[in-house]
Write a protein that binds this ligand. Sequence first.
Ligand code: HEM
Length: 400
Amino acid sequence: MSSHSIADAPEFLPDPDGSRDAHAYLAELRARAPIARSQMGVVFALAYRHIDLITRDVTRQIETETKLMQGITSGPIFDFISASMLFSNGDIHMRRRAPVSRTFAFKLMDAMRPKAAALAAELVQERIGRGPIDFVNEIAAQLPARIIADILGIPRADLPVFMRWIADTAEALGFIDLEKREKIESSLVAFNAYVSGLLADRRASPRQDFLSDYVQATASQGELSEVEIRTQIVGLILAGSDTTRGSLCMTLAHLLRHQDQWRAFCADPDGRKRGVVDEGLRFDPVISGIPRIAVKEFDIDGYRIPPGTPVAISVLSALRDPEAYADPDRFDIFRTDHPKWHPIFGAGAHRCVGEALARAEMEETLATIARLAPNATLVGEFPRLLPGAIRQIDRMQVEF
Ligand code: HEM
């Protein structure tokens, strides 16, 4: 039975410059109460046991609310969010997701492993002995962009502009810096037109590839608009970019900080890559919270949550919850208490469709670095993930 209102919960204070230790701050809040509340009225559910709020029928996915809150009520960003699978619910979500989940299959993604390993080898090899490199842009951003470009059959000559569109528009998924709105929108318009061109090409002359299968799956579905068909492809590209990039960086950074574990990894990269990635994704996750809206009144550990309340399931906090992980503040690639379904990829109807691809890219890149550059070192300050729903990596320099 509820005995508290949200107002009784501790306040979740903003961290505008990202200088606070997010894990220590959340541990402090978690010790005081199971939830915290922001000044904007968002409730943060802090414990691992709260992850099921993502799937329970007491919440729904947010739709355009966060864009409306920012005053974005029309235009390319608004249209992108309105037509996406990620920010939709119920039947509409199912119709948008089905052709993707049918064709963007585990087999296709797992088959990208040799390509990811070869690409990582090429990128690393030419940088060995070259002094400090910008790991974020020269390696970590390249992998997801070039692999998805390969899956979509994008010619190599188009890669630079394709990568620029990704860099310009990735922010559309999260909180928008309104000063950048114009730039994001003009790139999004060009990006949309390019993807429409790819789809038209496969309709005119189908090949043995993912996009041709996708086009066919949407045709048999028969209920999606052209904008919806295109938006799922642009969404796939953007959802896999900053997430994989930041995860790759932080996993490598923590490995290099723990030299005993780095050496153990270098001794058996293939045997240990799965454990390395599981732990990297847990220890410093790129997703801080999974946002939902309460659709009916319910209770979180004695706190009454009224309908309409925005609720963020704090993955950042849950992944360090001592009720779920032994000694949670210890980075440990040998950990045996990872759950079967890693919470970093969400849960239920919206669970990440790119998990197998993200894992393939991360595992193969890290294993390749361990094999080719066992003497890799971090240069300069330890990298940080900045505050935000998708935490962006600031910078990271590595010497191979
Ligand atoms: C380490 C990398 C990644 C992480 C941590 C991650 C995490 C997530 C999470 C938490 C969700 C669910 C969000 C919610 O329920 O509100 C999600 C959804 C999604 N992800 Fe990922 N993701 C990653 C990589 C990828 C990749 C590589 C792709 C595709 C190339 C991808 C495509 C998607 C799509 C399309 C959705 C929307 C699914 C839906 O709404 O039904 N993600 N991801």
